[in-house]
Ligand binder design. Structure first.
Ligand SMILES: [Zn+2]
Length: 122
């Protein structure tokens, strides 16, 4: 397990280095090029780049989806670690209504950032 985690960490570091050096070779969004609007994925590349450079504010400004998913994965990972230790603690709510509201929030966010410049990707 330790070897697998080490290999994964090295791959992540090398992948991050490649990603930071080759960012301008990445394809532009076809939807944005055709319409000028922001699709739900617009800003994800800039977000990941900003996270790799440690710029959390720029990452959140680019697209909040990746930081949200990272937070979700970390919370689930901690819950699983606690479960392995015999402590059943829920960091994340299990109430469906909350997750439906999260989906509604993201749906509104993806549409609103096409009309509100303050939340549009940079
Ligand atoms: Zn897009």
């Amino acid at each position: 397990m330790a070897v697998a985690i080490s290999v994964a960490a090295v791959c992540l570091i090398l992948g991050a280095k490649w990603f930071l050096q080759s960012g301008y070779r990445l394809a532009e969004c076809t939807f944005h090029e055709a319409t000028g609007g922001w699709c739900p994925a617009c800003g994800n590349t800039r977000c990941v780049r900003a996270l790799l450079e440690g710029d959390i504010a720029l990452a959140l400004r680019s697209n909040i989806t990746i930081p949200f998913l990272i937070g979700l994965i970390i919370a689930l990972y901690i819950e699983n670690l606690l479960a392995l230790a015999g402590r059943k603690i829920h960091i994340l709510t299990r109430r469906r209504i909350v997750w439906y509201l999260v989906l509604v929030f993201f749906f509104i966010y993806y549409i609103a950032r096409n009309f509100i410049p303050a939340i549009a990707p940079l």
